[in-house]
Design a protein around this ligand. Structure first.
Ligand code: HEC
Length: 136
């Protein structure tokens, strides 16, 4: 079989396989990304009790209380901003990595309820959706 033909067969198989798998909901994508990148500090349950949290002397916030703390609506724009470019918000003093640089694939624009447009990345919006789904 020629290499081109082989590549076509492989491509067709991959397409057929992806058609069989259940479509992923954004919340599932966000949950998986959260577990991979955030749970080490913020904890599997997002209570701020991940295994790395003991190393952060200033404390790691409980992310299930973001909405309750400000009294209602989940602050999705704030979460997206802080995760995408935290260094801007914290004047470069931070215990948390700058995830815009780490997860910077699939750029997207999130439009906040007040119309603010935030340049971010698809996976970060998915993580924010997941966190919204686990608020107290
Ligand atoms: C190395 C540990 C660490 C990791 C990993 C980490 N964070 Fe954080 N995060 C912190 C700390 C510590 C703070 C408190 C602010 C600071 O000192 O940077 C924080 C603050 C936050 C805040 C603001 C909370 C508030 O109460 O205002 C959000 C939202 C957040 N993190 C989300 C995430 C998400 C989403 C991820 C994964 C993409 C993540 N963090 C990964 C340590 C971490």
């Amino acid at each position: 079989m020629s290499p081109v033909r082989a590549a076509l067969v492989v491509g067709t198989l991959a397409l057929a396989l992806s058609a069989c798998t259940r479509p992923e909901r954004p919340v599932d994508t966000g949950r998986a990304a959260y577990m991979e990148h955030c749970s080490s500090c913020h904890g599997k349950t997002a209570r701020g009790d991940g295994p790395m949290a003991v190393l952060v002397t200033t404390g790691v916030p409980d992310l299930r209380q973001l909405a309750e703390r400000i009294g209602g609506e989940f602050p999705k724009a704030y979460v997206i901003e802080i995760v995408t470019r935290i260094s801007d918000l914290h004047d470069g003093i931070m215990a948390m990595p700058d995830f815009g640089a780490l997860l910077g694939a699939s750029p997207t624009v999130y439009t906040a309820p007040d119309g603010e447009q935030i340049q971010t990345y698809a996976v970060i919006v998915a993580i924010a959706d997941y966190l919204e789904s686990v608020q107290d």
